[in-house]
Design a protein around this ligand. Structure first.
Ligand SMILES: *Cc1c(COP(=O)(O)O)cnc(C)c1O
Length: 462
């Protein structure tokens, strides 16, 4: 007998209480936070789906590993265990630990990019884009057409547009120092990239003599989707698939706060000896000596274990299934979501759910506030607040108005997901009464982290 219920493939050894609040308390908390969910106190949140970054639960093996952390400044045993784990998966030559993903991006941008360069990607994550633009280069998004259409079903919606990539490589022969593919495609909906697409992009890059790098934050989830959906990979292990994905790349940046199953950490990995030397110098300047890179020895131990655990089949099956379960319930009740559900998150299409709110009143931002107000759920806007500001300071609506519900790894259970379904049904019934917001105060870069807002009418829900 094969049972259908997907259970959490772990039992719980330590618990952390979460706190119920009243709607009135949440309304007050929103006012104090300037209607910006990033500015809330976490203890005022019941279910925190702001991000899956660094929010996961570590295993007993990881905690045990941390006791074995070697805190030597140089040449620590923990570094070599970490390096071995990364090389086992990625097969890349030089492994530079960093405190998180954006540090790897910054170091690479600093050592590789110059003013006027172009960096194509299926879709740049916000910190990747910011680091490229800070170097005076252009971050160019090249998702396939289906990747821009929330309702179109496609098994590998994260794919990069190969024709578009070839055109850029042909038309700007000396301006593209690196091509990126983000697996899975976070900003584009947590959608996977197929092996065929990575392979074809790699061949194009080779033809034009440009290195291909993976933004590998969710390499394990991407490997699982390839196993489930791509012809010829059903019998391969996630490890075998991950190794093949990396075999097409000359380098990678990684936030280990995602599929490293750790609370902090990242790395830059690359084959080019000269570039690696430059990056190591930069690493020493800002992160630390190359065998710890801003991390403690115990962090490196947690990573060495976590990177391998992330490729466990039972874990990946549970992880992807619990996210798609929420997606299916939302589709059943008529909530428009990015389809099919992504690996780490559900993305609600706020433009379609709230057609009465114009882009300049930030419908996705407003919806994320209402999810908190009604149910204590914290999500994140991926829309015109996050992406609507151009490098020259002008404002242009983003392609999509999405609210992302990102799932911390191994943290919430099925009953938490059922609660989310119930809150969503309630918010869906209120949709015509939800109103937009305006910005009252805003920094110039990465404004979503600290801007302040107010409802355009008396309240968020009339
Ligand atoms: C999280 C993330 C990053 C940045 O990593 P940090 O650890 O947050 O600095 C880069 N790219 C993608 C796709 C991400 O999801």
């Amino acid at each position: 007998m094969e049972f259908k219920t997907i259970i959490e493939p772990f039992r719980i050894k330590a618990v952390e209480p979460i706190r119920q609040t009243t709607r009135q308390e949440r309304r007050q908390a929103l006012r104090e936070a300037g209607h910006n969910l990033f500015l809330l106190r976490a203890e005022d949140v019941l279910i925190d789906l702001l991000t899956d970054s660094g929010t996961g639960a570590m295993s007993s093996h990881q905690w045990a590993g941390m006791m074995k952390g070697d805190e030597s400044y140089a040449g620590a045993r923990s570094f070599f265990r970490f390096e071995e784990a990364v090389q086992k998966i990625a097969g890349l030559e030089h492994i530079l630990p960093t405190h998180q993903g954006r540090a790897a991006e910054r170091i690479l941008a600093r050592c590789l990019l110059k003013e006027g360069d172009i960096v194509p990607n299926n879709t740049h994550f916000d910190t990747t884009r910011a680091n490229i633009e800070a170097a005076g280069a252009t971050a160019l998004d090249l998702p396939i057409a289906e990747g821009r259409q929330p309702r179109t079903e496609h098994p590998f919606k994260g794919n990069i547009d190969l024709a578009g990539l070839e055109r850029v490589l042909r038309e700007h022969p000396d301006q593209v120092p690196v091509v990126f593919i983000t697996i899975t495609n976070n900003s584009g909906g947590g959608q996977p990239v197929s092996m065929a697409n990575i392979r074809a992009a790699s061949e194009l890059c080779q033809k034009f003599g440009v290195p291909l790098f993976l933004d590998a934050c969710r390499f394990a989830e991407n490997a699982w989707f390839i196993k489930m959906r791509e012809e010829g990979y059903g019998e391969s292990t996630p490890m075998e698939i991950a190794r093949e994905m990396f075999s097409y790349a000359q380098g990678a940046t990684m936030s280990a706060k995602k599929d490293g199953l750790s609370n902090i950490g990242g790395f830059l990995a690359l084959n080019d000896d000269t570039l690696a030397r430059r990056c190591k110098d930069e690493l020493i300047l800002t992160e630390g000596f190359p065998t710890y890179g801003g991390l403690a020895g115990y962090d490196l131990e947690a990573l060495a274990v976590g990177l391998i655990e992330a490729l466990d089949e039972d874990y990946l099956r549970y992880r992807v299934r619990s996210v798609s379960y929420l997606g299916e319930r939302l589709i059943d009740m008529g909530v428009p979501i990015m389809r099919p559900p992504g690996g780490h998150a559900i993305y609600i299409d706020a433009a379609e759910l709230l057609p009465h709110i114009p882009a300049h009143q930030y419908p996705a931002w407003a919806l994320s506030l209402v999810l908190y107000l009604e149910g204590g759920i914290r999500s994140v806007e991926i829309g015109s607040v996050m992406f609507g500001i151009q490098p020259d300071g002008t404002e242009k609506p983003a392609d999509m108005e999405l609210v992302r519900l990102a799932f911390p790894r191994r943290v919430y259970t099925q009953s938490h997901v059922d609660y989310l379904v119930e809150v969503m049904a309630h918010v869906h019934s209120l949709r015509d009464r939800i109103r937009g917001v305006r910005i009252t105060e805003s920094p110039k870069v990465l404004r979503h982290f600290s801007a302040r807002f107010e409802p355009v009418e008396d309240s968020l829900v009339l």
